[in-house]
Write a protein that binds this ligand. Structure first.
Ligand code: SAH
Length: 223
């Protein structure tokens, strides 16, 4: 049947994507399993679905993008999160990263600045029965009500390390955030080592994200 043919096509493409992630050095099986399960094509605008399993970022509207699979895998692996951990995601975008975290049994809290993007992400996530808690607001200030978190992942590029996010981590928890200019960022993997603002940092090679816009991010209109 045409439909199962199409499903098979996506499944094959997804298996190839996971193989590529392995080849690129992703080794956490929980991350690989989650990405083998989550149907990334459902988060992609229909005209671009043929590219859903390419290792590329793709436009999702409002000038934003769904991050490339390697980036999602790398950030998720860097969190070292375990089942039932509480993870805050800043930048829901398409909802794909949310679904990957939820597929690992993580309790996901996600914040998106642009209401229309959050609406579409919710539609897809709800149709897949994904469990998550979301709101539309400025994620650079975190989500105090649900803090502290075991992990926080920022999926947009920040000019610095958002202080409130470090504050809302548990001791031993990790914040993964791309920091740099609006063109290139280094991935900072921050482990909170004590109460307040004590942490250690690891840095990883170049990434390119859409800007994190908000109080502790870039101003709305950057000249
Ligand atoms: N995790 C997403 C990536 C989306 S791109 C995915 O898997 O598709 C980054 C998203 O961050 C964009 O949708 C952008 O609107 C959002 N964003 C930028 N600044 C933000 C802020 N301060 N708070 C919340 N979301 C923000």
């Amino acid at each position: 049947m045409a439909k199962s043919g199409l499903l098979d096509k996506y499944r094959e493409a997804r298996e190839e994507m996971v193989q590529l992630l392995l080849d690129r050095g992703i080794s956490d099986e929980r991350v690989l399993n989650a990405m083998a399960q989550v149907e990334r094509h459902l988060f992609i605008p229909i005209p671009l679905r043929n590219h859903a399993y390419d290792d590329a970022a793709l436009p999702i509207g409002e000038g934003q993008t769904i991050s490339q699979p390697f980036t999602v895998a790398f950030m998720t692996e860097s969190l070292h999160a375990r089942e039932l951990d509480k993870v805050l995601e800043i930048g829901t975008g398409s909802g794909y990263q949310t679904a990957v975290l939820a597929a690992m049994g993580i309790r996901v809290f996600t914040i998106e600045r642009i209401p229309s993007l959050l609406d579409s992400a919710r539609r897809v996530l709800d149709s897949m029965n994904v469990r998550y808690i979301s709101k539309s607001s400025d994620g650079t200030i975190g989500w105090k009500e649900f803090a502290p978190f075991d992990g926080i992942v920022v999926t947009a590029g920040s000019p610095g390390i958002p202080k409130s996010l470090v504050e809302q981590l548990k001791v031993g928890g990790r914040l993964v955030v791309p920091v740099g200019t609006q063109d290139f960022q280094q991935m900072k993997i921050i482990t909170k080592t004590g109460e307040g603002n004590n942490y250690s940092i690891e840095e990883k090679s170049d990434f390119k994200f859409v800007p994190l816009i908000g109080r502790d991010g870039w101003p709305e209109r950057n000249g």
